[in-house]
Design a protein around this ligand. Structure first.
Ligand SMILES: [Zn+2]
Ligand SMILES: [Zn+2]
Length: 347
């Protein structure tokens, strides 16, 4: 069929003869009557039942919207007319419930430099699966054990004594982007707690945090658990030994009551009667534990002045006047106290 005019540069539509702008050999009307985009009957998107990650490109589990993966799959599986270029899909948000969803999606392509949008109802099937990370987690997979320890800690005290540290482990796991950021087991043991961690790099990061924040001493011991691709596979036990005296604990130094300000290789103490700061080795023989930070009792303040404070003795409920620690500038309704050698101290 003739498609060029006699004077050469004006094109006619080969189907209807229109002299409107043509795209290839057809005017827009004739072009739009063709199947410009042919989407597949349905597509599948795989979503992890455990963590809602989406299988991307058939190989990698990612934290992404299932609609975005659906758009990618649609673009790859659709046929498009030679004049429809740069095809992409817009998939509106829909719930990732199991089964087939009929979703009105929009195919957007460039026709001769103009954007053309066409809507199609597409069957999108959501398939539930378990991602590698979740299946490892449910299978008690772990790469490292964090062994959190304090000297002389009994099993029954471990939970309360290590509440803050335990919360920190869970928080770091929660916030990690590591694929194997999970705790497959956590148990109370003599001396502390064990955390079975899915990822060794994450376990090491946790151990580092304890070293930097609490002055813990960490030691790592590997054990070979098998071979993979000709290489030895290791699991690590990472012992995290927390200092015996920790921030907020009360100790006696030469029988004088002090509060632990910070701990580590050198321990910083504050004298409760004069506010004086002392730094020494935590192994000093003159240093004796008096009470853990969580064993301190809060008692009701009756009255106070510059140097004294009257409180209700927690055992006798009789009002007693005690020396006010000089660093205590703001007094609330209660203050923490500790009894040592039968004397009550505000700390
Ligand atoms: Zn035409
Ligand atoms: Zn998962």
């Amino acid at each position: 069929m003739q498609c060029f005019s006699a004077w050469g540069d004006i094109l006619f539509c080969v189907e209807c003869g229109s002299e409107d702008k043509v795209y290839g050999h057809l005017c827009k009307n004739c072009l739009l009557s063709k199947n410009l985009i042919t989407p597949p009957d349905y597509i599948e998107v795989h979503v992890c039942l455990g963590c809602a990650r989406v299988l991307s490109g058939g190989s990698v589990w990612k934290k992404m919207a299932h609609e975005d993966e659906a758009a990618t799959v649609l673009a790859a599986a659709s046929k498009s007319h030679v004049e429809a270029k740069e095809l992409r899909w817009e998939v509106p948000s829909f719930p990732a419930d199991k089964g087939e969803h009929r979703v009105l999606c929009t195919a957007i392509s460039m026709i001769g430099g103009e954007e053309l949008a066409i809507d199609f109802e597409i069957g999108i099937r959501i398939r539930f699966q378990q991602c590698q990370s979740c299946s490892r987690q449910s299978g008690d997979y772990y790469e490292s054990i964090i062994q959190l320890r304090i000297d002389d800690l009994s099993v029954k005290d471990a939970e309360i004594e290590l509440a803050e540290e335990s919360a920190l482990v869970f928080k770091m796991v929660e916030e990690s982007s590591d694929e194997n950021a999970f705790i497959s087991k956590c148990s109370l043991v003599k001396g502390g707690m064990d955390f079975y961690i899915g990822s060794t790099p994450l376990a090491r990061a946790i151990a580092n945090k304890f070293r930097n924040r609490y002055g813990a001493i960490t030691t790592e011991s590997p054990s070979i658990i098998g071979m993979k691709d000709g290489r030895d596979m290791y699991r690590f036990s990472i012992a995290v030994r927390l200092p015996t005296h920790r921030e907020g604990d009360v100790v006696a130094l030469d029988k004088k009551i002090h509060v632990v300000e910070s701990s580590g290789k050198i321990i910083t103490l504050k004298n409760v009667s004069n506010g004086q700061i002392v730094r020494l080795s935590p192994d000093a023989p003159t240093l004796k534990p008096v009470a853990k930070f969580h064993e301190l009792k809060d008692v009701v303040v009756v009255t106070h002045d510059k140097t004294t404070i009257q409180v209700l003795d927690p055992d006798s409920m009789v009002a007693v006047t005690l020396r006010k620690p000089p660093y205590l500038t703001k007094i609330g309704e209660t203050v923490p106290v500790v009894r040592y050698d039968n004397v009550l101290y505000v700390v």
